[in-house]
Design a protein around this ligand. Structure first.
Ligand SMILES: [Zn+2]
Length: 374
């Protein structure tokens, strides 16, 4: 395949993914709107006779409401994460493997979701004026807890994880890790090749659960210099406290978001025919509000994320001085992952959590010029 064919294929792949994501979001909003105005009251009336215990009624309502949301968007989600990935020869997953992974993610999200809903309604029913303050504190608590369990439980629950044992790279990694919070023991290889051809690496964890994960799809296809650059980038996220900055950002946002939810619930719930703003039937209105706020925040969140990614890129360049390897690594990453190297500016601003590859390579080149390397 020629470079221009690869580039146009990446553009088609991106367009399809964005289109389907927008359809899914619109469908989710339509479902939440329907449930906020009519469906929530029907469902609450339908389940009311099942028990006299409000907690049982809350859980039954939440499970049916959540199942409905999944059913509505399931065909499009299947198309987005299974059909399109196979169409572009990026996925190695069989339908069974895809279903098992989906089942696992349903299990995790149901447990977290039900705990979250139970806590929110406990606050709503006991502190109706200040529930949003408690909800925000709970959100911060969740963010910190998830920071602790992501590397020890969540990643190993979904993927096969093994220690990093590449001897040719160990010397370089020991040098990079000197005086950092990451040591060789904190580097793992995650077997992504079972489900995708895409290369990836990421840093996660808090305290002594901090860990850098390198995908086998990266290790098998990139040379030592390129892997070193990618690892240095992930190390940059750790050393520059990016996870901590993310938690601070989401904590501030959670206070604003839950406060807006409170105002919307207080002013709209009764207007829409719910008994009160703390009624279980108004739960869809709460989630509709959260969804719209998340969408409004997405560009700001992506802007912050791109800024942190640029900082990690700079850290990688400063600590390796390998601008050529940086360029080949990110070009390879774009080809292997069918990433659009030069997307439309508005699309990038709205949807990109990482700077476009073209910008990253240009940044590395100008960094190299300014630091007179190569
Ligand atoms: Zn990064």
């Amino acid at each position: 395949m020629t470079t221009s064919e690869t580039y146009s294929e990446a553009k088609v792949y991106e367009r399809k993914k964005i289109t389907f994501t927008i359809y899914i979001v619109l469908l989710d909003i339509a479902y939440l709107l329907f449930m906020s105005v009519i469906g929530g009251k029907w469902l609450a009336d339908f389940t009311a006779h099942l028990s006299s215990n409000i907690w049982i009624l809350l859980f039954v309502f939440a499970i049916i409401f959540g199942l409905g949301a999944e059913l509505v968007s399931f065909p499009l989600k299947f198309w987005l994460s299974y059909v399109i990935e196979h169409e572009f020869l990026l996925s190695n997953q069989s339908i069974n493997e895809w279903l098992v992974k989906l089942g696992k993610s349903y299990l995790i999200t149901s447990i977290i979701g039900l705990v979250f809903i139970a806590a929110i309604y406990f606050f709503l029913w006991n502190y109706s004026s200040y529930w949003w303050v408690f909800a925000s504190v709970l959100w911060i608590f969740f963010s910190i807890i998830s920071g602790f369990i992501v590397t020890t439980f969540i990643v190993p629950f979904f993927y096969k994880v093994s220690p990093f044992t590449n001897f040719s790279l160990q010397e370089r990694f020991i040098r990079l890790c000197k005086n950092t919070k990451i040591q060789l023991d904190n580097i793992s290889v995650v077997k992504l090749s079972k489900e995708t051809r895409k290369a990836n690496a990421f840093f996660a964890g808090i305290g002594n659960t901090k860990r850098v994960f390198l995908a086998d799809t990266l290790i098998d296809n990139f040379n030592d210099d390129e892997i070193e650059i990618v690892f240095a980038h992930e190390l940059g996220h750790c050393q520059l406290n990016h996870l901590f900055k993310d938690i601070i950002f989401s904590s501030i946002i959670s206070f604003i978001a839950f406060f807006i939810c409170h105002i919307v619930l207080v002013n709209l719930a009764k207007l829409l025919g719910h008994a009160s703003f703390t009624a279980v039937s108004a739960m869809p209105l709460f989630f509709l509000c959260l969804t719209i706020i998340s969408l409004c925040i997405l560009p700001i969140q992506n802007c912050l994320s791109r800024h942190l990614e640029k900082e990690a890129d700079e850290y990688a360049l400063q600590n390796t001085n390998k601008t050529d390897a940086f360029e080949t690594a990110f070009t390879k990453l774009a080809i292997q992952n069918k990433a659009n190297i030069n997307p439309n500016k508005i699309i990038a601003w709205l949807f990109y959590s990482h700077p476009p590859i073209k910008d990253r390579i240009e940044f590395a080149k100008s960094w190299s010029k300014n630091h007179s390397i190569n």
